[in-house]
Design a protein around this ligand. Structure first.
Ligand code: ADP
Ligand code: ZN
Length: 772
């Protein structure tokens, strides 16, 4: 993890140290020979202008900055994007200040290698370089790994060079195999490079090439990247209510002031937060500046694009992992040139090199999916605020259920609080009622209690829509043997295999391992003894199908809404009245606005309370408040039924009493008492290895050297709750400290104090959200 002070392994060994003892006291013959050599073969800097060295931060996690020579005749000012030699390879990088990241080993001019190329794209601006440094420093991540988020591959692909993509011709190949037919079906109308289509269809590149040769796919040249249309701030501005107008004016002023400020746009679901922050975006467009809107899920980008198009006359520029290579290249270059005025994206859009950024909006800012859980473990909401700080621009955090962290910043006077307490257009907030599952249990083998079944029947009869929320994908979370009690576990992870009945598979939700459902118990080999335990959304859908055969059901999970196009199709179907009952995971809890949806049923409200996570209550509150917010958004009022076994738990009581402030106050008091975030800090260290003894050994050595300091507590090492993940054994150490404690410095020194075997990996998670 320490990546400072490494020398370039590609450099040749030092040749003669010419002139080294020139001014020493002993004039040896060798020294005189050296002086002669110096006079006859003067080093280049005597003849030419001073040689230009450039310190370059390369796009690799393994190395710190290295020095290179800028070829004679070129220029590489700070921030320049370059391609440099690294051993036998070429690697991208950015010219950086000498002062950052500590000095690499001094390398003499004569040992420097030439940069290959200064890439003709705008230099990475200084504020973004500061953000990369800050992120690396705060999250203890290699700066090169952070820089990769600024410069994805798209940055190096020439925007003018055409790329060949393929799409279906509609003709079927003469020789049709089941594999080819499935591949063509999965590709559908989509277009992409061979590699992309192969990934999409889950086949090898060769299968795609075969389809090209057979005439089923044809080449399309995606030429010069077309410019994006300009959003028109005056295209269709809404008639804001007085309350909305007052909030919008504050946001507009913040954009015009072009100064750093964080504004918490805190409004109940359906209050018009999106309409209000779009006014701020309009102000940024008017000022000729770019806006970045961060969303917690890719699935939300598509409906958002449509919504923006209705307001600004054209779609904004999307950025997320689902883009094709050509789309990425087009978007990256437009972002770096300043041409992309409004960018809507997932957290990976945060580090892109916007040329003229004027505003950042983090929508659904309380969402924990803004926290990245692998690679650089950063929190996009927090880094967004830091970006606003370095670039001197306003950052808007929009949420109906803000994170306790954000509310604490309001209380401390650091964030401006902008509130929208009422729904727009007179729509009322739905009524929440708890169904006590101990008193009103569902029939055996079913999951919906009688009051919820009755409410569903009532909506069906009235032609209104319902939503059942259960945060569990698949059919059943566990399969066990009735005879011997064996539970089917993932071979690579400490996790049960989840049954996905629609695709006839058991799947691990951690590593993606899949297998066909076995007929015999793998342990006792008893036949037909395996039973599904507990419900997932598919099982609830089965029950709904049995109870209401005429109902049209949509299952909404990452398995069914795996592309923006699928998400758009889902929205169209619901809006078009083609769906009666939506059954979904957290994917349906936010963003959507379906006016005819009047009933929300929470199938298992207690699900998120297990597991001992410090934010369990807060998350449960947010999730249920959000999903409740989908009900009654139009003229018809909404109703929310919450199935729980603990109706008296403070979080359930607060939800039912609509007592948000009471809940937050109690939660804040409990956290303060425990010194938990935002009033204290945690950091987690996870040591992993394929070899359990290596992982345990490192964890123990680290544990033996645990830092001792006033206020600091170190827990562990202990096997992580997810003791094995993707075939790696995991041990955890957890640090707990007061807010002001220098956790990063402590961890840095601690981790450097032991020897690290190459087979052990360390993941550091500052401000962790996941405790597995
Ligand atoms: P939130 O983001 O707070 O949940 P939205 O911005 O999605 O709320 O607004 C809820 C619904 O009300 C949306 O359909 C939106 O278009 C509509 N709406 C909100 N404010 C206005 C307004 N001033 N004029 C017209 N429609 C509005
Ligand atoms: Zn697994």
């Amino acid at each position: 993890m320490d990546c400072r002070g490494q020398s370039n392994p590609a450099l040749p060994l030092p040749i003669a140290s010419r002139g080294e003892d020139l001014y020493g006291s002993n004039w040896s013959l060798a020294a005189i020979a050296n002086l002669a050599a110096f006079l006859f073969y003067p080093p280049p800097y005597i003849l030419r202008s001073p040689m230009t060295r450039a310190r370059v931060l390369l796009l690799t996690a393994a190395l710190g900055p290295l020095d290179y020579r800028v070829p004679y005749g070129s220029e590489a000012p700070l921030g320049s994007v370059v391609v440099a030699p690294l051993g036998p390879r070429k690697m991208g990088g950015v010219v950086w200040e000498d002062s950052a990241f500590g000095a690499p080993e001094a390398v003499g001019d004569n040992r420097l290698r030439n940069l290959y190329e200064v890439v003709p794209v705008p230099p990475v601006p200084a504020p973004l370089r500061r953000l990369v440094e800050w992120t690396s420093d705060y999250y203890l991540a290699p700066p090169g790994a952070v820089l990769r988020m600024v410069l994805p591959g798209a940055a190096f692909s020439d925007a003018r060079r055409p790329i060949v993509e393929y799409r279906a011709t509609g003709a079927l190949p003469a020789r049709m195999t089941p594999q080819r037919s499935v591949a063509l079906e999965k590709i559908g109308e989509r277009q992409g490079m061979v590699r992309e289509l192969a990934a999409l269809a889950e086949v090898s590149d060769a299968v795609i090439r075969g389809l090209v040769n057979a005439g089923a796919l044809e080449a399309v040249s995606v030429a010069a990247d077309a410019p994006y249309p300009e959003p028109d701030p005056g295209f269709a501005p809404p008639d804001l209510s007085d309350e909305q107008a007052a909030s919008a004016a504050q946001l507009r002023d913040a954009v015009t002031a072009a100064k750093f400020e964080t504004l918490l746009l805190d409004g109940v679901t359906g209050s018009g937060k999106t309409e209000v922050y779009m006014e701020a975006i309009a102000a940024a467009v008017e000022a000729g500046r770019q806006t970045l809107v961060l969303l917690p899920e890719i699935a939300l980008t598509e409906p958002m694009l449509t919504r923006f198009a209705a307001r600004f006359g054209c779609e904004p520029v999307p950025w997320h992992s689902g883009l094709r290579a050509t789309e990425r290249r087009r978007a990256w270059h437009a972002i770096a040139s300043g041409e992309a005025k409004i960018v809507v994206g997932a957290r990976s859009a945060l580090f892109l090199p916007y040329a003229k950024l004027g505003l950042i909006v983090v929508d659904e800012a309380h969402e924990t999916s803004f926290k990245q859980e692998d690679g650089v473990h950063y929190h996009a909401r927090d880094v967004a605020v830091m970006r606003g700080h370095f670039e001197g621009l306003p950052v808007v955090l929009a949420s109906a259920t803000p994170a306790l962290e954000s509310l604490a910043m309001v209380e401390a006077g650091r964030y401006r609080h902008i509130e929208l307490p009422a729904r727009f257009g007179g729509a009322t907030l739905p009524d929440l009622t708890a169904i006590d599952m101990r008193q009103d249990p569902p029939d055996r083998g079913t999951w919906l209690a009688p009051p919820l079944v009755a409410a569903l029947a009532d909506r069906l009869q009235k032609g209104e829509q319902s939503l059942l929320f259960l945060n569990r994908r698949g059919f059943a979370p566990l399969t066990l043997c009735r005879t011997c009690g064996h539970r089917i576990q993932c071979p690579n992870c400490t996790a049960w295999m989840v049954e996905h009945r629609l695709v006839h598979r058991l799947a691990c939700h951690h590593c993606g391992h899949v297998m066909p459902p076995p007929r015999l118990c793998p342990e006792c080999e008893d036949e037909d003894s395996l039973v599904a335990c507990g419900p997932g959304v598919e099982r609830v859908a089965d029950e709904v199908g049995l109870r209401f055969p005429e109902a049209r059901v949509a299952i909404v999970t990452s398995d069914t809404l795996w592309s923006p196009a699928k998400a758009a199709e889902f929205v169209d179907n619901v809006e078009g009245g083609l769906v009666d009952i939506i059954i979904g995971t957290q994917l349906v809890t936010k963003g959507y606005h379906f006016p005819n949806l009047t009933l929300v049923g929470v199938v298992d409200a207690d699900l998120g309370l297990d597991g001992g996570d410090l934010r369990a209550s807060e998350r449960t509150f947010q999730q249920i408040a959000q999903v409740a917010g989908r009900a009654g958004r139009g003229v018809k009022p909404g109703e929310v039924l919450i199935q729980t076994r603990v109706p008296d738990a403070p979080v359930m009581a607060a939800l039912v009493a609509n007592d948000r402030n009471g809940f937050y106050a109690a939660e804040a008091a409990a956290r303060k008492f425990a010194g938990a975030p935002p009033y204290g800090r945690f950091a987690a260290l996870v040591i992993s290895s394929e070899d359990i003894e290596i992982a345990r050994g490192v964890a123990q050595r680290l544990g033996a050297k645990a830092p001792v300091a006033e206020g600091l507590a170190v827990y562990g090492p202990a096997p992580a709750p997810l003791a094995m993940l993707r075939g790696r054994h995991r041990f955890r150490l957890l640090l707990h400290a007061p807010r002001s404690f220098d956790l990063q410095g402590t961890i840095r020194a601690w981790v450097d104090s032991i020897e690290w075997p190459t087979k052990a990996r360390l993941a550091i998670d500052i401000d962790p959200y996941s405790f597995v």
